[in-house]
Design a protein around this ligand. Sequence first.
Ligand code: MG
Length: 394
Amino acid sequence: MKRLTILGATGSVGSSTLDLVARNPDRFQIAGLAAGKDWARLADLARTFRPTRVVIADEAGYDPLKQALADQPETEVAAGSAALIALAAAPADLVVASIVGAAGLPSTLAALDAGITVALANKEALVCAGGLMTAAARRSGARILTIDSEHNAIFQVLEAVDRVRRIIITASGGPFRTWTREAMAAATPAQAVKHPTWSMGAKISIDSATLMNKGLELIEAYHLFGLRPDQLDVLVHPQSLVHGLVEYIDGSVLAQLGSADMRVPIAHALAWPERIETPVERLDLARIGRLEFEEADRDRFPALALAEAALREGGCRPCILNAANEEAVAAFLAGRIGFLDIAAVVAETLSAIPARCPETLDDVADADARARAKAQQNITLLKHSPFAARQAAV
Ligand code: MG
């Protein structure tokens, strides 16, 4: 029996994870569940899975959650960021870290510090503080498994790193793969969240539309696999069936394939080193007929180039990139800026803040806060002269 704690239980990855847990009651047991704001959904999940503890990050959710679980005294209820960190470090065999954004960093780090294996969906934590996270895992002996589909694919086909020439993560290209810059300038949030192959949360769907998601994933791969930045590559594959490839020094290329369903990588991480059955659609290559690939276009999708530069520069550049991107994506979803402005805000923020290495969680928090403040200034400027800014971005 594996005891799981799920941070971000009400989100897309949390729901897929609980679907697999419900199908394998003899293998998995829920130790803890945490959610951001949705106390009603969290209460429903707590009644179904009977965890030892539940945490609602938003303290306003404490009273209604406590009341909803009044007849379930075996489940302890807590709220706030300190309770979230305590839950992450509480006894469990595996913590599924699926909180979106840099907000998930302290809890993920707490699990690693406590020596608990983490199944990581929260790529922003690794982008912001990958050095701290991998050091914490080495110190405590915790393992970082990944449920990002591309990285999980690489993990499945990776032998010793010194035999690897390069690794390639695939990108669907997102909903605007064939759009011109002019068309993208007028793209709406509804168009941008409509991902062609994957069903995911709003933030990662926008990141997929800008290709920032692929840039963040290169930085994630850098920390997970210990290769040089120039050994990490992106390949556009619109069908999302080949998720990752490893090219070895002898010319062999090993790839992992599967349906575009997050339950495949999640099942792999939950069961590792074993495997479990899943209900996902089986891959029928004869019906699919052909697999398509193309180069990523860094001119139409400058966010990818920005992330690659941040990876090469290292230090706190990826943290600044991520913080500015989180602010810009939220502003785009709120209708405050245009689609092309997302990368423009990130570029402007990176150029305005000098580099300094993150060594502690405080340094990372400081770089993150400065980048968010600068990004908000840039968003306000754009809002007041949207036409000029959009022209500059095109
Ligand atoms: Mg991914």
